[in-house]
Design a protein around this ligand. Structure first.
Ligand code: NAP
Ligand code: MG
Length: 499
């Protein structure tokens, strides 16, 4: 994307924004059945952005019926793959043409720095949809080696109606990671964005319709998860639910599925991710990655490397570099292109993060940077980038997902201890490993129990690699890559007896 990110240009663009605030069902915007709304609040100043339709169970009912009909009549599910690809590529074009608008919506709604939205979130969103669109007409199916008297075709078919429930931390991007493969595979969708961040989802659904996605294939129902979640996930006409969010809600979804039609459930959940730094690591290389891993997106990131597990012999030298780097990340207005750290999503979440900082003090960890709310006069939920040293892995701040800008430095005395501490968590989403020793890099990357291990960097891979968690970080699911595509399909055998 080519944008001149000047504060003045941004403010002008914000003033021109028109918000889509109603549910998007059957190809058009509509009020919720109850007529109720909820306020979307800007986390940078506490002010209302707009009111959004609060859907309820009746709206889910309607959206599922519409999605079911769209799926069953084959308008998308049985469309020729190359035609489906053409529509998806037009959708990508519409997104490209409106990328700045989507970036601004996510920045306003979620408090994400516009710098990140423009350079990371929205390019990734577009690339994801493009990647899955291009895959559509390049997948071949299989014929089983069953002998000359039969032909057995093993085919993949779209699974049906997919319910999607999204988090607020990467609104457009998480939507793309889910709708990209699901639409490419031919499914119909009923999507519930997070309450805090519904604006980009509604606009993206409209752009898909403008691109020619048949009506009823992509429906968006904004509203409370506690109401819409059970309605969607207990629904007998929903064949699958794809979720990104907290582990506790993930558990509920498994229950809803088991108590209804055993729909497939794909869960992408939390993390307490280790960054392991061995004694031979290049500390100048480690420091920027360590800071990015811990503090990118204010630490409101499921793959945030919130535990820096470092060999004691290099710990002080690394900490010094990490502090220096951290201080170079400006905190402030997310719409200022220089800002790297915006506000946390809402006041209650800020209070939770501050209470973890208190717990760190109480457990005896040593606060070496930050630790406080800042910029209170803005009305925003800003918390300083915070680092604790001398953290023990058993402490609350090293065990629980804080989902905020709090890094725990955990000194260790050997490689073995480092790997054991890295794995001493209920989670297993992402990890980084820093060493110059190739043998150790290979061996330890395999020893760490996480869905993604990045070596000598902080990375979640790219669109070609699957993303998802071990242990309580996930259930069954992987986002991105052809593995994501497959999980939105059913496997079918067609057995034919020859005469
Ligand atoms: P959350 O509270 O679990 O909310 C996620 C979504 O679930 C929201 O849309 C929420 O609706 C909805 N929800 C709430 N209760 C529900 C219920 N009973 N049934 C169905 N849906 C329900 O998590 P969050 O606060 O948005 O996000 C933070 C969490 O997400 C963190 O734990 C983080 O690690 C995880 N995360 C994981 C990944 C990954 O890829 N693995 C990526 C990003 C975030 P409301 O709008 O009403 O809240
Ligand atoms: Mg908001």
């Amino acid at each position: 994307m080519k944008f001149t990110l000047q504060p003045k240009t941004i403010q002008t663009a914000v003033a021109k924004l028109k918000f889509r605030t109603q549910a998007f069902i059957d190809g058009e915007f509509c009020r919720s059945s109850s007529g109720k709304t909820y306020a979307s609040i800007n986390p940078a100043n506490g002010k209302k952005i707009t009111d959004i339709s609060a859907c309820e169970a009746a709206d889910v009912e309607r959206a599922v019926a519409v999605a079911r009909k769209a799926f069953d009549d084959g308008r998308w599910s049985r469309m020729k793959p190359s035609d489906r690809k053409t529509v998806m590529l037009k959708f990508v074009e519409r997104l490209e043409a409106n990328a700045m608008e989507i970036a601004l919506l996510d920045s306003l709604d979620a408090g994400k720095p516009i710098y990140d939205c423009v350079n990371i979130d929205i390019p990734d969103t577009i690339h994801c949809l493009h990647w899955h669109a291009e895959l559509i007409d390049k997948l071949y199916e299989r014929v089983a080696p069953c002998g000359p008297d039969s032909v057995a075709m093993i085919v993949r078919e779209p699974i049906g109606v997919v319910g999607m429930i999204l988090p607020w931390n990467f609104p457009a991007q998480m939507m793309a990671w889910k709708i990209g493969p699901a639409l490419a595979a031919g499914n119909s969708i009923v999507l519930k964005p997070a309450k805090q961040t519904s604006l980009s989802a509604l606009r993206i659904a409209e752009l898909a319709a403008e691109a020619g996605l048949p009506v009823g294939v992509l429906n968006v129902v904004p509203g409370a998860g506690s109401v819409l979640g059970p309605a969607l996930c207990r629904h007998m006409s929903v064949d699958m639910v794809a979720f990104t969010g907290s582990t506790s809600v993930g558990r509920d979804l498994l229950r809803y599925s088991s108590e209804s039609n055993l729909k497939r459930v794909i869960l992408e959940l939390g993390g307490k991710n280790p960054q392991v730094v061995l004694a031979d690591a290049d500390l100048d290389l480690v420091a920027p990655h360590a800071v990015n891993s811990a503090f990118w997106n204010m630490g409101e990131n499921c793959s945030s490397g919130s535990r820096l597990i470092v060999h004691r012999s290099v710990k002080d030298a690394l900490v010094e570099k990490v502090i220096e780097q951290t201080k170079s990340w400006p905190v402030g207005d997310p719409l200022d292109p220089k800002t790297r750290v915006g506000p946390l999503i809402e006041p209650s979440h800020m209070e939770t993060v501050l209470s973890y900082i208190k717990a760190g003090h109480k457990d005896g960890a040593k606060l070496i940077l930050g630790g406080h709310r800042v910029l209170p006069k803005t009305g925003g939920n800003f918390v300083e980038l915070t680092i604790f040293d001398e953290v023990k892995n058993s402490m609350t701040i090293a065990q629980e997902e804080i989902f905020g800008p709090v890094l725990s430095v955990i000194p260790v005395d050997s490689d073995e201890e480092a790997i054991a501490v890295a794995n001493d968590t209920n989670y297993g989403l992402a990890a980084s490993l820093h060493t110059r020793d190739l043998t150790k890099a290979h061996r330890y990357a395999r020893a760490i129990r996480a869905g993604v291990v990045s070596v000598n960097c902080f990375s979640e891979g790219d669109l070609t690699t699957p993303f998802g968690g071990f242990k309580e970080s996930g259930f069954f699911g992987r986002d991105k890559s052809s593995y994501a595509h497959e999980q939105y399909t059913e496997l079918k055998t067609v057995w034919m007896q020859l005469g």
